[in-house]
Design a protein around this ligand. Structure first.
Ligand code: HEM
Length: 542
């Protein structure tokens, strides 16, 4: 029989869920709750021993007779609410996903394939899938503009609290702070800066060609997924910090990439944010992240202490402009460091993924290599250079890039947003307020309701065969609206320059024995998606 005290504790559990946990966000307070629980329990045990002269064992069991019904009440209320009363109760999705956000984490934790899991869930449940207790994944084409567009009232979801206390333009959830940072950032991507960046990219490209040349001469296959990661990190190191990482020079997988991989790994597990925040205070957990942040701090400090010679302006110079040469305050330094780590991740893996995905698609459909050469050759200068201004409007080159980003979007598993309190309407469906929503570009890109022959690589759908794109507004690999990719022009410039150079200088085909299956099968989604291995053979063209 449950005692009166136990009953009261159970009711207190129910009330705590209804009146406290069911309101507002709690992901930042998990550690405090655990601490509170241990403090209250310890006080109760001590009081039992000192005031009621109970033996320690008896005082502990008396405490447990309160804690157990409290949590039974709390979780019973939580489970019943999530199953039968939650505003998302009518949306389809796996039963376990309704009960706990940990369900999705468990699904993806083995091979970090959130993009594939979402594809499978949508093909089973349709356009709207409840993938967490309070989270919807949506592939309906109308949802993109409503959730991410310029008029959207959605805000960034709790996922963006991931790096706190480090904040970047990307992770700040305060729209006013974001817009202010965005104004500073936009200075780094103007026409004048892009021209400087082009020269610098061409410099790193020479290293890339040197590596390929060495392999071509020895007829060695090239693992391009890794090579493009090294290349993209070298480019972003140079453009962001004024100093390349020189990975291509040594032609070795640098420890920096190892640290980045280790730092990103936990993100791939799609943990609920409260679990992630708890891990940030557990010693040894997230060590990779700590090492990565240490590396970023060092880079920023080196810049501030002028230990690095910056040849011409780099992205960090623009971000330092507002301080007019004075030392940034601690808060400003935190933002600067946050932005620095963002540039490294956002600016490198995304570009690397796109470069290797383009080559993956091209070696499978070599006719497009021929078409690209025909389009690019009139723009190659006698010294072999191909200036970006002559590439940027080439229709087939741009179509190849767009089509690759449709099938292999680097940030394709969905960007999480929180709906406004009044909710929003997508077509005829009302999505409730204060829930997390996202539109996975990976799933949208493979949807027959949006693209004809969706699984096939058909660049012409972006040029002469526009009827193959049924719903154009669904395509946003760089996102849209106030939080869209600020580095889009830089990314596209680098991709055009690099692909044009490689296509014009080399014959490229699958290496001996390579079936290219691992490229998609081995792809892992952290926040960005990194493809699996792909070995190609590069041969110098006459
Ligand atoms: C193919 C390459 C790229 C793709 C597909 C891409 C995609 C995206 C997407 C989808 C977002 C929105 C993220 C969100 O809402 O959570 C984003 C944001 C961002 N990207 Fe990119 N990106 C690419 C390259 C770059 C490059 C080269 C940079 C240069 C540093 C860059 C810098 C940023 C920044 C700073 C943001 C945050 C913008 C803001 O919150 O206002 N990206 N990117």
């Amino acid at each position: 029989m449950i005692s009166q005290r136990g009953l009261l504790a159970a009711l207190a559990g129910v009330a705590t869920h209804i009146f406290y946990f069911n309101r507002s966000e709690h992901h930042m307070k998990a550690a405090i709750y655990i601490l509170l629980l241990f403090t209250v329990a310890s006080l109760h045990i001590t009081q039992g021993i000192t005031s009621h002269s109970l033996p320690p064992q008896a005082s502990l069991s008396s405490t447990l007779t309160l804690i157990t019904p409290f949590f039974t009440g709390l979780y019973t209320s939580l489970i019943l609410y999530r199953l039968f009363l939650h505003p998302l109760r009518t949306f389809p999705g796996p039963l376990c996903a309704r009960l706990s956000d940990l369900w999705f984490s468990l699904q993806v934790s083995k091979i970090l394939d959130a993009h594939q899991q979402l594809l499978a869930l949508h093909s089973k449940h349709g356009d709207f899938v409840r993938i967490g207790s309070s989270e919807l994944s949506i592939k309906n084409y109308r949802s993109v503009e409503v959730i991410y567009g310029p008029q959207s009232k959605c805000t960034k979801a709790d996922w963006y609290d991931l790096t706190l206390p480090l904040v970047s333009i990307h992770t700040t959830r305060d729209r006013a702070v974001h817009d202010q940072r965005r104004r500073v950032w936009s200075g780094a991507f103007g026409e004048k800066n892009l021209r400087v960046y082009e020269e610098r990219i061409t410099g790193v490209q020479e290293q890339l060609v040197r590596v390929l040349e060495g392999k071509a001469k020895r007829q060695k296959a090239v693992e391009v997924t890794e090579l493009f990661r090294m290349y993209s990190f070298d480019v972003i190191g140079d453009l962001a910090f004024g100093q390349s990482f020189d990975m291509l020079k040594s032609d070795e997988f640098s420890w920096v990439l190892g640290v980045v991989d280790e730092a990103m790994m936990p993100l791939g597990m799609m943990l609920p944010m409260w679990v992630y925040r708890l891990l940030t205070i557990v010693p040894m957990a997230l060590n990779g992240w700590r090492r990565f942040i240490g590396f970023v701090y060092q880079r920023v400090d080196d810049r501030l202490n002028k230990k690095v010679k910056v040849p011409t302006s780099d992205i960090l110079s623009t971000l330092l402009n507002p301080y007019g040469g004075r030392k940034p305050s601690d808060t400003e330094l935190n933002i600067l460091r946050g932005d620095a780590q963002l540039i490294l991740i956002a600016g490198s893996d995304t570009t690397a993924t796109t470069l290797s995905s383009i080559l993956y698609e091209l070696v499978k459909s070599p006719s497009h290599i021929t078409l690209l050469r025909k389009e690019i050759s009139p723009h190659v200068r006698p010294n072999g250079e191909i200036p970006h201004h002559s590439l940027q409007n080439l229709s087939h080159l741009n179509a190849v890039i767009s089509e690759t980003l449709r099938l292999h979007p680097p940030a394709g598993a969905g960007l999480k947003r929180k709906t406004p309190p009044e909710g929003l309407v997508i077509g005829s469906i009302h999505v409730p307020g204060n829930v997390t929503v996202s539109c996975p570009q990976y799933v949208i890109g493979r949807d027959e309701a949006i693209y004809v022959d969706a699984k096939s690589f058909i660049p012409a759908r972006w040029t002469i065969s526009s009827e193959l794109v049924k719903e154009k507004e669904a395509y946003v690999p760089f996102s849209m609206g106030p939080y869209n990719c600020i580095g889009k022009s830089l990314a596209l410039m680098n991709i055009r320059l690099t692909i044009a150079k490689l296509i014009m200088q080399y014959e490229i085909r699958l290496a001996e024995g390579e079936d290219a299956l691992e490229f998609e099968r081995g792809a892992k989604t952290y926040f960005t998606t990194c493809p699996g291995r792909l070995c190609l053979q590069f041969t110098r063209r006459e």
